[in-house]
Design a protein around this ligand. Structure first.
Ligand SMILES: [Zn+2]
Length: 170
């Protein structure tokens, strides 16, 4: 938790929660303020929140500045915490989302309103695509597992980023 005290983001500590078999979180926080707005609630374990905050400042914003000459004002995401298995398979292994250790990012909005979508822009020959590829590679420096459209079709529209045991960057 110490790493968060010195950064400029604001967050609220959450009470530990056990919501079912291998579900819930310990030492998690809810994001209140950062360098960008997020489309929905961000509840993450401390390690995942630290990774997100550092990635946002040291990769996301500098890359947007370098490629588009402006900042990212909003990050669209599909969620962080959810008590579920990997890919929602009934008898599968618990997802890192079940312990608030993961986020699914879908796209970005720049200061001038330009929308960058993983679903629509990943495969194009454009600055948007170059931005997304560089971002995904950069996320692997901070998160243990990062999965995007090149991993499988379930990830055609988002980057899954988590702080689990497995180091995968695809
Ligand atoms: Zn995910």
């Amino acid at each position: 938790m110490k790493a968060l005290y010195n950064s400029d983001l604001q967050y609220q500590p959450l009470a530990d929660r056990n919501t079912g078999k291998n579900c819930g979180f310990y030492n998690a926080v809810k994001l209140q303020q950062s360098t960008v707005a997020y489309t929905g609630e961000i509840t993450l374990s401390c390690p995942a929140m630290v990774a997100l905050a550092i990635w946002e400042r040291h990769e996301l914003q500098p890359l947007a500045q370098k490629i588009f000459g402006q900042k990212v004002k909003q990050v669209r995401h599909f969620g962080t915490y959810a008590c579920r298995n990997i890919n929602n398979v009934g008898n599968g292994r618990r997802s890192q989302h079940a312990t608030a250790n993961a986020i699914d990012i879908a796209g970005f909005v720049l200061t001038d309103g330009t929308d960058i979508s993983i679903q629509h822009d990943w495969q194009s020959d454009s600055d948007k695509s170059r931005f997304l590829h560089a971002l995904k590679d950069s996320a692997c420096e901070y998160f243990s597992t990062v999965l995007g459209p090149d991993y499988n079709s379930l990830h055609h529209d988002h980057f899954h980023m988590d702080m689990g045991f497995f180091e995968i960057c695809k």
